[in-house]
Design a protein around this ligand. Structure first.
Ligand SMILES: C[S@@+](CC[C@H](N)C(=O)[O-])C[C@H]1O[C@@H](n2cnc3c(N)ncnc32)[C@H](O)[C@@H]1O
Length: 246
């Protein structure tokens, strides 16, 4: 193995393809372009320097800095958590590992189809598919008090490259979470999730507005400008019955 591939495999143990082996097999022209951009990307460099498992950590960090979604003591459910960068951020911000002895201790539960390496302060349910109802039964058992204060989803189905189909598949995953929200999200809770912009985005925004007092569409700096990726940030959930605490 030579050149940029060798460098990439050495530099990027936690890349988006979830494994340097997969990276090192990818050698088409498009992959070369992707790799060149990846190696220039300041968020990739920062993730490496700050020991985050992937660059997506900076999306959640930026959104949390701006909207204060996470604070010590909160319970976070992180759907599509692999390789674990959002969970790393959540563990820090809700004090799930107890690093701040003077602050309330929160919790982080991550779920993914893929294996996730252990992380102090987080519990991982994997492999697990959020479209399987038995996964939500396990989630309710694992969440303290059976509920989350913050529901995160950076889930992304395997992209086909057919924009409408990929959009529909991701919307369907979001709707699965929205349908489960009454049973896992507490009243006043927050729901942050990724979508790919498309024909159903506005309709989804309207659905969210029925259940949440505030709904925003946000795009953090680490989300590439040329990507259809957008995040919906819905706060102050109206439907969850109580906090589930105590
Ligand atoms: C972009 S990655 C998430 C990156 C993660 N936020 C981080 O910071 O490390 C998207 C993840 O969604 C997961 N995913 C897709 N469909 C899923 C499903 N039905 N159930 C659970 N996880 C799913 C994929 O396996 C993939 O690991």
């Amino acid at each position: 193995m030579t050149g940029p591939w060798k460098l990439a495999c050495a530099l990027l143990p936690w890349r988006g393809l979830h494994g340097s082996g997969q990276l090192c097999r990818a050698r088409s022209g498009a992959d070369h372009q992707w790799l060149a951009r990846h190696l220039r990307d300041p968020f990739v460099k920062a993730a490496k320097a700050e020991c985050y498992r992937c660059r997506s950590a900076f999306k959640l960090l930026a959104l949390d800095d701006k909207y204060q979604l996470l604070r010590p003591g909160l319970r976070v459910l992180d759907c599509g958590a692999a390789p674990g960068a959002w969970s790393q951020v959540a563990v820090q911000r809700v004090n799930a590992a107890g690093a701040d002895s003077g602050a309330a201790i929160g919790s982080v539960l991550g779920v993914d189809l893929l294996h996730i390496s252990p992380l102090k302060g987080a519990t991982f349910l994997c492999p697990a598919d959020v479209t399987d109802p038995s996964t939500f039964q396990r989630i309710r058992e694992l969440l303290p008090g059976g509920r989350a204060d913050v529901l995160l989803s950076d889930m992304a189905p395997n992209a086909t490259g057919i924009r409408q189909l990929d959009h529909d598949k991701l919307i369907s995953l979001c709707l699965t979470l929205l349908a489960q929200a009454p049973t896992i999200l507490c009243c006043g809770g927050t729901f942050l999730f990724k979508t790919w912009a498309g024909s159903q985005s506005q309709w989804l925004q309207k659905q969210l507005a029925e259940d949440f007092r505030s709904v925003r569409v946000v795009k953090p700096a680490a989300s590439r400008k040329d990507s259809a990726e957008l995040y919906f940030l819905a706060t102050q959930y109206r439907r969850g019955k109580d906090s589930g605490k105590g």
